[in-house]
Write a protein that binds this ligand. Sequence first.
Ligand code: MRU
Length: 331
Amino acid sequence: MKIETIKFNGSELILLDQTKLPFDEVFIVTSDYNRIAEAIERLEVRGAPAIGVTAAYSLAIEYLHNESEDGFYKAYDRLKSTRPTAVNLFNTLQIMIVYFEANKTSPFIKNELIELAHKIHQEDFDSCERIAQNGIAIFNKPMNVITHCNAGALATAGEGTALSVIKYGFRKGLVKKVFVDETRPLLQGSRLTAYELDKEGIPFEIITDSMAASIMKDGEIDIAITGADRIALNGDSANKIGTYSLAINCKYHNLPFYIAAPESTFDPISMTGDEFIIEQRAGKEISSFRNNAITKETYNFYNPSFDVTPAELIVGIITDKKLYRFPYNFK
Ligand code: MRU
């Protein structure tokens, strides 16, 4: 059954709090854009497509309740400031504001904005299904797969991007086992991807990020697939920190490394990944876990949340439209 990451009850947004997983399934119920912006900043809701869908609903809900043009623009600015790397946030906010500006005199604008957010939600759901279908071609025999972070139902409106390909591959008998990178520092792999694979009954083993190379050398891994937060026009792809190392490890061991993402993750203006803004997060995410210190907080920390994998390390990019092969020409 589809995990309901984001739901709208006609008045409020209901978000599954991902910081509590896999132990507790707790929901945040709110119509307040400041609370929704905080949820995005704290990674209570996370994953590029899920952030985009959440922000679209948040704008629509703000206008539904307050009918204020000023409030709409304030909410837009607040949501835009939450996380800088995942482009879906900016793409969906742009769709919402362009529509609002063109139609704000409509007597039905409140409902039209809600309908537009629903449409963005549904389109992302559909994209996940098409990504699975377009991605199945990467498995030419039953394989052991490695993935990083969480690019599943929790990160999207559907079954996921990289994880939808893996889930579909498993159903077709083409995925034997998944190696799940723990994904330091916030453990999206060992908490969230494991939670999803467990629910699906897909065999998996959690490894620390630093184990991947050695397991590849032992011949245990056939293929790698991850999601993306932003894809440049040349195919350079930003994703959770550690993805670049995984791609380098694949190259060295002659294993294919794939990205799966909807076309809403394309950055229409960045020629290469050098132009991306990489989110820097608090050192506390490294020094502690769930408020338990694991080293001294007074030490210095450097915590970039994403890295950019150069296009030449990515053998293919699976989108809702097609499977592109390197070198990339996204037409
Ligand atoms: O910081 P996060 O957890 O939001 O990072 C998420 C990722 O890096 C995902 O791999 C990416 O957003 C793709 S989700 C389909």
